[in-house]
Design a protein around this ligand. Structure first.
Ligand code: PBE
Length: 303
């Protein structure tokens, strides 16, 4: 409380300093919120830390910069998820401001105190789901695999468990562990399904931990049923194309309706949508809790 009143009397520069130390309310209470967020733009060099150019998230972030007038002059720094996570971790170690493009499920929310910026224009969509898609004719060619793919559904917590575990062990081992702990689900998904003898199936996926988790769980599940499974990570655009051209049999990685919506639209007549395998995913601009902004609209344009 004492710190707070000092912050108000000494005004802007000291308030910014206090904000940096985690005293969140000062900046807004002192009536200089606009100036504070203008400084925030400068501090961040008007840059949002993004991920891979081919990610659905990146496309949505580019749209976001265009749709919000207050983001005039801001830039999206495209790069890699690993780079984004390193930059985020360093900023948090130093309690510096940072804005990244992030998503749930992801271990970053378990490791750090983070929040999504409100997105009143919903340029990042609302609630996202992850769907399973199959190539035309898969049901006839591989009824056992099709049935398991169609039945597979889990919760964000399940996926998070595999992702977190895979920080310490390989994805194969993490997926194996999860399957062993969730035998009831495995029994449900495989009930009455006939085993096969080394039939080849090609799963295609994307390179993010979310899909490495679901893809590897499905790979092992199908291997237990006697399939010879290949799991190939590619860009979202290629993933849809591969299933539509029947170069791949199925994927558990499409984020819909928004994140990969444009790819889905393009290929929807040539793929079978088996529906959601996970509900309650989310994409958006993510900042550390200690930052004093709540909405994308709080950001100030570059002068
Ligand atoms: N992601 C993770 C991907 C899909 C899964 C949200 C970073 C994307 O295409 O944006």
């Amino acid at each position: 409380m004492k710190l707070k009143s000092i912050g108000i009397t000494l005004g802007l520069s000291f308030a910014v300093l206090l904000t940096g130390c985690g005293n969140e309310e000062d900046a807004q209470d002192n009536g200089n919120a606009d100036e504070d967020t203008a400084n925030l733009g400068e501090e961040l060099n008007y840059t949002i830390t993004g991920i891979e150019p081919g990610a659905g998230t990146t496309e949505l972030a580019r749209n976001t910069l265009e749709e919000y007038e207050n983001l005039e002059g801001w830039e999206l720094q495209e790069g890699s998820t690993a780079g984004m996570l390193t930059t985020l971790g360093e900023a948090i170690d130093n309690e510096e401001p940072i804005i990244v493009t992030g998503w749930t499920p992801h271990w970053m929310f378990a490791s750090y105190d983070l929040k999504y910026l409100e997105d009143p224009k919903e340029t990042f969509g609302g609630a996202e789901n992850i769907n399973t898609i199959a190539r035309l004719g898969l049901e006839e060619d591989m009824p056992s695999a099709y049935k398991i793919l169609d039945r597979f559904q889990w919760e964000p917590e399940d996926m998070e468990e595999v992702m977190l575990n895979a920080q310490d062990v390989s994805f194969e081992e993490a997926a194996q562990n999860w399957l062993e702990d969730n035998q009831d689900k495995v029994d449900e998904w495989t009930e009455g399904v006939e085993k096969v003898d080394g039939k080849q199936i090609e799963l295609v996926s994307t390179p993010w931990d979310t899909e490495r988790s679901s893809g590897t769980v499905m790979k092992i599940l199908l291997e237990q049923q006697g399939f010879d499974v290949t799991l190939t990570p590619v860009d979202p655009a290629i993933m849809f194309q591969a299933v539509a051209n029947a170069e791949a049999d199925a994927s558990l990685a499409p984020w819909l309706p928004i994140t990969h919506g444009s790819f889905y639209e393009k290929h929807k007549d040539n793929i079978i949508d088996l529906g959601e395998n996970l509900t309650g995913a989310k994409i958006g601009m993510v900042v550390p809790e200690y930052m004093d902004i709540d909405s994308i609209e709080d950001l100030q344009p570059k002068e």
